[in-house]
Ligand binder design. Structure first.
Ligand SMILES: Nc1ncnc2c1ncn2[C@@H]1O[C@H](COP(=O)(O)OP(=O)(O)OP(=O)(O)O)[C@@H](O)[C@H]1O
Length: 598
């Protein structure tokens, strides 16, 4: 129930329109159901000679002011046409109103989901599957919207049609009503039972559809790997299997549905046959006129479709409930509060880790009593084997996780007292795998600072050593980089990502192995440009390359989450530590390279 409450909460602001639509829908149904009554009166009492014995609203419609039954067929024809016309106009209006209300609700729902997902913390995104999130934001929202735009109103409509029809039939003839309804409970139960079971077939079909989409998505995203290993045939086979499964499951649905429609149609025809047979007998025996059978025939026909539909609608509501549960799960996940503090001091860039230890929520112990200080404007390099905790260190500095022990300070202030948003806006991070949007080079760079002008963009690209390369591109700064930056080399991508960060002119810049695809000479120029710029930011450079870290004001060696050396190149190069071993290996390689190719 809570789930459906959530769904209806999106109608806020459109609830008036939605309610009016429901009222018009029910009125339209009610009016259309009066037409068989007119037919019956015309045949039996206007054309025929059966005494007119109706009372109440029906009598009011068919009698003149003096209480005598109208005998004018034209008036009845006009009445019939008018009822049908009014009912159709109401139907037109209610469908339009429902569409307006549900589209508005759908937009709100999508906006709210998107906003919420944007605000979920890093840990959530680290665990979540992208395909699953996309499915929730598309298929699950569509299922929910379908309930608002079709299923809910149809359930009310069907119940209303059944209620009115049954009472109209009962008001005409009780015996005939029971005969006309004899098979209705069986058809209803068959329909409910069928759609309950069919749910599994539908779910299977949806699953195979989702598998096909993810095969396609994975293939297109990893097209470079596929080509590099010449695995096209394997990928084609994989797609064919997924596609075949989808076709087979779809055929299962078609088969099941055809069985259902033929069986339920057969039962409906049987019910209509019973009405005609028994009704004819009653006419012949003089119990009532032909008009009565026509009225019952029309009502039975009208009631059959809703009875069969009710099972489907109830099953669809079950599907909506599952979709809403999946949406609720996301909305129930607490978003990260970026403005968790009003404290937004002007940051200078001194960074200190004081006895910091951290274990990921899954129990992986990563950092152990880490301590170091980087003064304002200094460059610090962090070097260490893969998995030693370098990126984790940066995650903590960005407050992606707060549940560590010890203290992390910026300008001698505990970062947990500073607003997360403010901290992240001031401590720029260039990721290990830079992601570029499918926009122009210029748009990608100004993404970090929308109001940036050309001079600022050029300054940043010059510091990142990419200005000249961009000018050589087909359309210079207006060149589209393709999805994820596929049209660029790894080094170009990294340098554009660096420029995007530098444009913010922040007091701290963190390079998370983001110079790895840049050649050593350009790497050096970028670092020198940073040092010699007007404002020298504090830089933290994570790298596996000695040539990148050796010029830093301080080098921090991290091994299995423990700082094993901390000092300048000269201070630590002769100590017995990992840095010396890496230095020796890389120097040997460099020497060998020079003797071979110099
Ligand atoms: N979100 C996470 N949840 C659980 N464990 C994680 C998570 N992220 C990283 N780890 C684990 O923490 C350890 C340190 O990872 P981290 O990415 O900090 O290493 P790194 O030194 O940056 O490695 P590399 O040089 O390869 O980038 C690894 O064992 C990794 O498996």
């Amino acid at each position: 129930m809570k789930r459906f409450k959530l769904l209806f909460s999106f109608l806020k602001g459109s609830i008036g329109i939605y309610t009016l639509a429901i009222i018009l829908c029910l009125m339209s149904v009610g009016i259309s159901l009066l037409v068989p009554l007119i037919v019956r009166v015309v045949i039996d009492s206007v054309i025929g000679s059966e005494p007119f014995s109706e009372s109440g609203f029906i009598a009011y419609l068919f009698r003149n002011r003096t209480g005598v039954l109208l005998k004018d067929i034209l008036t009845f024809s006009f009445l019939g046409v008018a009822f049908v016309a009014i009912s159709s106009i109401m139907e037109f209006i209610y469908i339009a109103l429902i569409a307006i209300a549900s589209q508005r609700a759908g937009k709100k729902m999508k906006d709210r989901m998107y906003k919420h997902i944007q605000r979920l913390d890093y840990e959530y995104h680290a665990k979540a599957e992208i395909g699953d999130l996309i499915q929730r934001c598309t298929t699950d929202i569509e299922n929910s919207m379908l309930f608002l735009s079709e299923h809910f109103i149809n359930i009310l409509r069907v119940i209303f049609i059944m209620g009115i029809t049954i009472s109209l039939m009962l008001s005409l003839n009780v015996t005939m009503s029971f005969i006309s309804m004899a098979l209705v409970p069986f058809i209803f139960l068959y329909s409910v039972n069928f759609f309950k079971k069919a749910q599994k077939v539908f779910e299977e079909q949806e699953k195979t559809d989702a598998i096909l989409s993810s095969v396609l998505q994975e293939n297109l995203t990893g097209v470079r790997v596929v080509k590099a290993f010449a695995r096209q045939e394997y990928e084609i086979d994989k797609f064919e299997i997924a596609n075949r499964n989808l076709r087979e499951r779809t055929m299962d649905i078609i088969k099941a549905m055809s069985q259902f429609w033929s069986a339920s149609d057969g039962l409906s025809m049987l019910q209509i046959g019973v009405v005609l047979g028994v009704g004819s007998y009653f006419v012949v025996s003089g119990m009532f006129g032909i008009g009565m059978i026509i009225a019952f025939f029309t009502y039975v026909e009208r009631i059959m479709w809703p009875v069969k539909q009710l099972g489907r609608l109830l099953a669809e509501s079950g599907k909506t409930s599952v979709s809403l549960k999946r949406l609720q799960e996301i909305l129930d996940t607490n978003p990260e509060v970026l403005d968790d503090s009003n404290y937004k001091p002007q940051l200078q860039g001194k960074i200190e880790f004081r006895n910091v230890s951290f274990t990921y929520p899954n129990g992986t112990e990563v950092l152990n009593n880490v301590s170091f200080v980087v003064e304002k404007g200094q460059s610090a390099a962090i070097i260490g084997p893969t998995g030693s905790g370098k990126t984790t260190l940066v995650h903590l500095l960005h407050r992606l996780y707060d549940n560590y022990t010890g203290t992390i300070l910026v300008d001698d202030m505990d970062i947990r007292t500073i607003s997360k948003r403010h901290l992240r806006e001031n401590l720029s991070l260039i990721l290990q795998e830079p992601f570029l949007f499918n926009k122009s080079v210029k748009d990608n760079i100004s993404y970090a600072k929308e109001e940036s002008n050309d001079d600022e963009i050029f300054n940043a690209t010059e510091t990142a050593c990419i200005h000249n390369s961009i000018n050589e591109f087909d359309k210079g700064y207006e060149t589209l980089v393709g999805e994820g930056g596929v049209t660029l080399s790894g080094g170009q991508k990294q340098r554009i990502a660096i420029a995007r960060t530098l444009i913010c002119n922040n007091p701290v810049v963190i390079f998370d192995d983001s110079l790895s695809a840049v050649d050593t000479e350009t790497d050096k120029v970028i670092r020198t440009n940073l040092k010699d710029g007007d404002v020298r930011p504090t830089s933290i450079i994570i790298s596996h390359r000695v040539s990148t870290v050796r010029d830093a004001d301080k080098i921090i060696v991290l091994e299995r989450g423990v700082v094993t050396a901390d000092g300048t190149h000269n201070e630590i190069k002769d100590q017995d530590n990992l840095y010396r071993r890496i230095l020796n290996i890389q120097s040997e390689i460099e020497e060998e390279f020079h003797t071979k190719f110099a």
